[in-house]
Design a binder for this molecule. Structure first.
Ligand code: 5GP
Length: 126
């Protein structure tokens, strides 16, 4: 079920629990601002999620309330994770779902990194 991106941050969401260590994850990268881990239900040979450690519902929330250090660290973190995973030469796709029409399911900002095969058209028109 998709979430309402206008709601306040829910600290019981699954990624908040991962950040608190209450639920295990397969961590790829971590620094003071960013955590990256493998998606539990991968949609491509490489499917990594990158999240800010701050409490932000979505890209909309983060881009308006995030401070410059958080935003810089997040953008650099996404690039770093993809680079370290060796995805630059073959290419990769970034995706961030925001709200209902995009089917955002977890109300904590996350960027998906997909790679490892030709990824097909940019968007499913169905
Ligand atoms: P969204 O649809 O919100 O953009 O994507 C949410 C993603 O979170 C999905 O790809 C889903 O597989 C992933 N996910 C949901 N719960 C968990 C979990 O407990 N652990 C991990 N690693 N990924 C999860």
């Amino acid at each position: 079920m998709s979430i309402d991106p206008t709601l306040d941050y829910d600290d019981q969401n699954i990624f908040a629990k991962i950040l608190r260590g209450e639920i295990p994850n397969r961590t790829v990268y971590e620094d003071d601002y960013v955590l990256a881990f493998h998606d539990i239900n991968p949609q491509a040979p490489h499917h990594i999620l990158v999240i800010p450690k701050g409490a932000y519902v979505s890209w909309d929330d983060f881009s308006s309330r995030g401070n410059d250090n958080e935003i810089t660290a997040f953008v650099r973190g996404v690039g770093h994770v993809a680079r370290e995973a060796g995805l630059v030469d073959s290419g990769y796709r970034l995706m961030a779902n925001i709200g209902h029409d995009a089917h955002q399911e977890v109300p904590h900002l996350h960027v998906h990194i997909f790679a490892g095969k030709p990824l097909g058209p940019m968007i499913n028109s169905g």
